[in-house]
Design a protein around this ligand. Structure first.
Ligand SMILES: [Zn+2]
Length: 161
């Protein structure tokens, strides 16, 4: 595994649309492992492939809600969403900026796991926020495009994803 360089806002690659993965190969599994290592090294809760310069529809998410809470998703797609929630977000590609964003409270996401098996994740609350944020990255969208207001409390709880 290897830690990859995280691209920072202003890098044009963050604005491009990522391509679907045709087949989950060893190369994709290495990318997933590297992305997980990179996310943990940066103390994030999610990371999308374009953030490490790869325009493929691949994300890793770890809402840190228990052991083995890392999920690797290939070709993630939101197939249902409902409700709404407003929470503070950050992004490893946008250092030192946090802001509130409105997201669905629940999303149902279809994806392929690292073995190419189709899976469904019914996510509520915080994991739903992370999934929406990371899937936005695959479409060249950053949370700063849709934030409600900047968040600058004295005691800042950082949520980097
Ligand atoms: Zn982000």
């Amino acid at each position: 595994m290897a830690i990859r360089n995280i691209r920072i806002d202003g890098d044009p690659i963050l604005r491009k649309i990522s391509r679907p993965v045709d087949q989950v190969t060893d190369r994709i599994r290495v990318l997933l492992d590297d992305m997980a290592e990179t996310m943990y090294d940066a103390d994030g809760v999610g990371l999308a492939a374009p953030q490490v310069g790869i325009l493929r529809r691949v994300i890793v998410v770890d809402p840190r809600d228990g052991e083995d809470s890392l999920v690797k998703l290939v070709n993630p797609e939101i197939i249902e969403k409902d409700g709404e929630q407003i929470g503070v977000e950050g992004c490893l590609s946008i250092p030192e900026f946090n802001a509130t964003v409105k997201r669905p409270e629940h999303v149902k996401v279809k994806y392929l796991d690292e073995n190419g098996q189709e899976k469904i994740w019914d996510a509520h609350g915080f994991p739903a926020v992370i999934l929406c944020h990371e899937i936005d990255h695959l479409n060249g969208i950053l949370f700063k495009d849709k934030y409600i207001e900047e968040y600058k409390p004295e005691e800042l709880v950082e949520i980097n994803d």
